[in-house]
Design a protein around this ligand. Structure first.
Ligand code: HEM
Ligand code: SF4
Length: 555
């Protein structure tokens, strides 16, 4: 993975010193609340319901064991012994003390980490697929370009005060797993007819209060122009995006308002000033950065292992875990493993310091000292030998990291909601826990099969509820907490935004509502259909009818 050079290190060290002085001046009363606010936000520090919240950047979800170990140490020393992986692959600390935050950033800087631009109206952490570099369906590994973009976007003076936050995702696989269509800019890498690396550029996607899937602004962009073309897009947005109304400030509103064709014309006109300029990526620069992402020193192995096969045959619990948690790999004899941060009855995405240390040890022992976080809020060991999978399972199980529910109903994506977030309309974590407890029978979960359930505590959609096969949104009705349900949302190449099934429900009703949706699916599915396929074939009506049936009878 990418290793800081002297410039990277100097940047984060200087930032720590500046921030330390800003906190000192704020605490001494030399800076007002209003003056301090943008300074802390530029360093990922929010003030939440009970305490500050610090969001630490995990560039495109890549972490070293050393970094995760340090995150575990920081959570123990300065917080309550746990952290929360977010849908943008970052790690959030829910309880740090403001006074400690300069020390936290200083400790992060010792392992090449920071919280710069994890908040505020700037270009945020660039995200990608958790199987980047190893997925068999990957055409291009986009990490080197993502890293070049990270360097370009960090402290980019022109884009420090955009109308609103700006999120970029990159993907180089046949099946998109980075939700490029739900980002302000989505870059989809592919090989063109001449076998050259090219980019399909999506723009104007975003969830939040006005969910919109992106549109293709350019079918073919040579990779050399990734920065200058994004610069042209963001420049048009910076000039014309609405600053009078924060709810209408995202690029999706601008591109919809003027239409994608007009938006494209403006971007192309702007690009004529930038194309082939200083930010054109050269072969040398790409080669320099790509060196950090070379394939691991894999052994030459057969793609079969007798010990692994025997364990699958003799140990049903291991087989159940393997079915959900082991993923294909480009390299014969290796597999990727997802460690579930969704044990039933816990806050999705939460991880204790002890678990962080244990995962760091697993990464060192079995996966070249590296790991990844996913936007589904789990952790991934990307390069495990077939012959090591059983040992990884046993050790992960001992740490509560081997719930065999990856991609199943209880692998819930969930924002912090009303337990932590001051913008929330409703709590989301207790809803996730209640659903997990309701669906605690693993055989039933495996029978239901692939399904994505996403929960957000308010319309800001941090839990990606719009693109969940089932989406749950916390709403406020006369001061009490209610939940609106959508079905038919989907991420991927054929992404879609879910449809609201009807009036909202109380917290107590929610597990029963999910149960009813599942009952319709089980009754109506054809043998090869996943939940989302049945919803797409039948539409929302049969689901709606069954869920609201009791109300109709009593009405
Ligand atoms: C707890 C403090 C948080 C606050 C105050 C906050 C605030 C917001 C706001 C205001 C938006 C909407 C932006 C807009 O529509 O213009 C948003 C979007 C988003 N947040 Fe958060 N958030 C928080 C935590 C999180 C967490 C924990 C996650 C991940 C689990 C997350 C992931 C996202 C994502 C993915 C979006 C993008 C939705 C989109 O496409 O527009 N946020 N957040
Ligand atoms: S969706 Fe709403 S409640 Fe959940 S973290 Fe985002 S802003 Fe907070």
């Amino acid at each position: 993975m990418y290793k800081y050079d002297e410039i990277d290190q100097q940047i984060v060290d200087e930032r720590v010193a500046q921030y330390r002085d800003q906190v000192r001046r704020y605490l001494a009363g030399e800076l007002s609340e209003d003056e301090f606010r943008p300074l802390r936000l530029q360093n990922g520090l929010y003030i939440q319901r009970h305490a500050p919240m610090l969001r630490i950047a995990v560039p495109y979800g890549m972490l070293s064991s050393k970094q995760l170990r340090k995150l575990g140490d920081i959570a123990k020393k300065y917080d309550r012994g746990y952290g929360h992986f977010s849908t943008r692959q970052n790690l959030q600390l829910n309880w740090p003390k403001l006074e400690s935050t300069p020390d936290i950033l200083a400790e992060l800087a010792t392992v090449e980490m920071h919280a710069i631009q994890t908040s505020g109206n700037c270009i945020r952490n660039i995200t990608t697929d958790q199987f980047v570099g190893i997925a068999p369906d990957e055409v291009i590994d986009p990490r080197a370009i993502a890293e070049i973009m990270r360097q370009w976007s960090t402290f980019h003076p022109e884009f420090a005060l955009l109308p609103r936050k700006f999120k970029i995702a990159v993907s180089g696989t046949q099946q998109d797993r980075a939700i490029v269509q739900a980002h302000d800019i989505g870059l989809e890498f592919y090989r063109d007819a001449n076998n050259k690396v090219a980019i399909k550029v999506w723009v104007g996607g975003g969830l939040g209060r006005t969910p919109i899937l992106g549109s293709v602004i350019r079918e073919h962009l040579d990779w050399q122009h990734a920065l200058t073309y994004c610069e042209a897009i963001i420049r048009v947005y910076n000039l014309h995006g609405r600053r009078d109304n924060m709810y209408k400030a995202r690029i999706k509103i601008l591109s919809k308002a003027i239409g994608i064709n007009e938006f494209r014309n403006q971007v192309e006109a702007e690009w004529t000033h930038l194309k082939d300029g200083a930010n054109t990526i050269t072969e040398e620069e790409l080669a320099r950065v790509s060196k950090h992402f070379e394939a691991m020193p894999y052994e030459n192995l057969p793609d079969q292992d007798a010990g692994f096969d025997a364990a699958l045959a003799n140990n049903p619990a291991f087989a159940a875990w393997a079915k959900r948690s082991i993923h294909p790999h480009k390299q014969p004899g290796y597999r990727a493993v997802t460690l579930s941060l969704k044990p039933h009855g816990s806050a999705p995405g939460d991880i204790t310091s002890e678990q962080m240390w244990a995962v760091a040890d697993l990464a060192d022992e079995y996966s070249f000292g590296e790991l990844r976080s996913s936007h589904e809020q789990n952790l991934i060991l990307a390069d495990v030998k077939l012959s090591d999978l059983f040992a990884v399972w046993e050790k992960a199980k001992a740490q509560g990291l081997a719930t065999p529910n990856i991609g199943l109903l209880t692998d819930i994506i969930c924002c912090p909601g009303g337990d932590f977030c001051s913008l929330a309309n409703a709590k989301s974590i207790p809803i996730a826990k209640a659903i997990q407890m309701q669906f605690d029978d693993l055989d039933y979960l495996h029978d239901i099969g692939d399904i994505e359930l996403n929960i957000s505590g308010c319309m800001n959609a941090c839990g990606h509820h719009h693109v969940g096969h089932i989406g749950i949104l916390g709403v406020d009705k006369d001061g009490s907490e209610w939940y609106q349900v959508t079905i038919g949302g989907k991420q991927g190449n054929d992404a879609s935004i879910g449809t609201v099934i009807g009036p909202s429900f109380s917290a107590e009703e929610m597990p029963g509502v999910i149960q009813k949706l599942i009952e319709v699916y089980i009754k109506e599915r054809t043998p090869e259909e996943r939940f989302i396929d049945t919803v797409r074939r039948l539409g929302a009506v049969p689901f709606k009818k069954h869920v609201y049936a009791k109300d109709e009878v009593s009405a």
